[in-house]
Design a protein around this ligand. Structure first.
Ligand code: PLP
Length: 409
């Protein structure tokens, strides 16, 4: 087992074969992608050190996305639960209402630098797609987005948003018609058109370079957070727990990246699915899925008894994914983070509570993290602190929430 090193961002701790912890990640790709990914890797390494490029990125992060996103105490929820003090990093305040724009914008800036006019991406909940459509509009590129039919329908406000932003939407009708199929189709499209288009994978998954670019882009969350924590408390407090939702794993990795050396406890919340069915979920880490390969990277991934990718089930389209980032797989193997799987029902309850007590309507993905916060906070001491990442706004989910609550709209 390869141990996590201190002082080096996780996205840079892969070996010469592209693996994190020797077995997670790397690039399982067709031969035709070898050169395009080599070119992308070289460009990314150059741009990370290019002051002009970083200045342009930082200006757009500030002016277009609205960074830094706020960090504050959830006073009413803390009082109501009566244990640990609860804080939020409110990433849903970003233009686009989620963290996905951080990654999408970086990809569009890289694509422009590489003289590509088209960006292609995947989306489940429609947040990565909306982010890519927005970033493409702002940088003068064309966006082509793949979304599974089930998600296209259940996340209709975002599907509409993408269209209005000028993106070309491809509705995927194969497989489970969810995120996993959308990612597969976007990669397929890229394989056939890699000379003209730039692939922007929506989470920290995929071949090594895509996992890396996304984790690097999202690490802006914890970079800001560390500063905000120091401003709030004067130092990094002891007894700190960071709770975030985990789908592909990009928001949680971004939220943890610069906090990993602080001794904070890290808890990732996967989708537990409907409470009454034990085997319906999207929680490969929590339920000990075996190592497998999905979307060009080795990771813990849900598989059936014939080693085929298993179907998932979650009320939250953004968490409804059978795999997880190679970096999360490594964190799990190293016991550097723990993973839990709150149910659909508990996420809905947490959504309602946070909405009513705090005036914050977290989408169903971060509501899974809020559900776990509601579970653990009352058992913790008043001197303990929890920070949760609210990485999405619920506007996209009101159709699902109304249906679950039996309300007609
Ligand atoms: C709002 C929101 N949060 C979280 C996720 C999960 O993805 P990730 O784990 O990459 O942050 C998604 C995915 O679509 C999302 O839309």
């Amino acid at each position: 087992m390869i141990k996590i090193k201190k002082g080096i961002p996780l996205y840079d701790q892969f070996d010469k074969n592209g693996f994190w912890g020797k077995v997670f990640g790397s690039s399982f790709i067709p031969e035709t992608l070898f050169q395009p990914l080599e070119d992308l890797t070289k460009t990314f390494e150059k741009l990370r050190k290019n002051k002009k490029f970083l200045k342009e990125r930082d200006e757009m992060y500030a002016k277009f996305i609205g960074r830094p996103t706020p960090f504050f105490k959830l006073n009413n929820l803390s009082k109501y639960l009566g244990g640990a003090q609860i804080y939020a990093k409110h990433e849903a305040m970003a233009n686009s209402q989620s963290h996905k724009l951080n990654n999408a914008l970086l990809h569009c800036l890289i694509a422009k630098y590489m003289n590509k006019k088209i960006v292609v991406g995947d989306t489940g909940a429609g947040m990565a797609g909306s982010g890519l459509a927005m970033a493409a509009a702002a940088t003068g590129l064309k966006a082509i987005i793949f979304q599974g039919e089930k998600d296209y329908l259940r996340q209709a406000p975002n599907s509409m948003r993408m269209r209005l932003l000028g993106a070309e939407i491809h509705v995927v009708k194969s497989g489970s018609r969810q995120l996993v199929d959308a990612v597969s189709e976007s990669i397929r499209y890229f394989v056939a058109n890699c000379d003209k288009v730039h692939l922007a994978v929506g989470s920290s998954v995929g071949p090594n370079i895509y996992t890396r670019i996304c984790a690097y882009a999202q690490s802006v969350i914890s970079k800001e957070l560390k500063k905000q924590i120091k401003e709030e408390f004067g130092k990094i407090p002891k007894n700190l727990t960071l709770v975030a939702a985990v789908g592909g794993g990009s928001s949680s990795l971004g939220f943890w990246m610069h906090m990993i050396d602080t001794g904070a406890k890290l808890i990732g919340c996967e989708a537990g699915g409907p409470a009454k069915y034990k085997n319906k979920h999207a929680a490969p880490l929590t339920y000990g899925s075996k190592l497998g390969i999905l979307h060009g990277a080795a990771q813990y991934v849900m598989q059936d008894k014939n080693f085929q990718i298993a179907e998932t089930d979650s009320v939250s389209a953004g968490l409804d994914y059978p795999g997880c980032s190679a970096i999360h797989s490594w964190l799990k193997q190293q016991k550097a983070a723990t993973y839990v799987a709150p149910s659909d029902e508990s996420a809905l309850e947490a959504f309602k509570l946070c909405s009513r007590l705090e005036g914050i309507q977290a989408s169903l993905e971060p509501s899974h993290a809020l559900a776990h916060v509601c579970k653990i906070a009352p058992k913790m001491k008043k001197t303990d602190k929890i920070i949760t990442l609210i990485c999405g706004n619920a506007m996209k989910d009101f159709g699902i929430i109304a249906e679950k609550l039996g309300v007609k709209i």
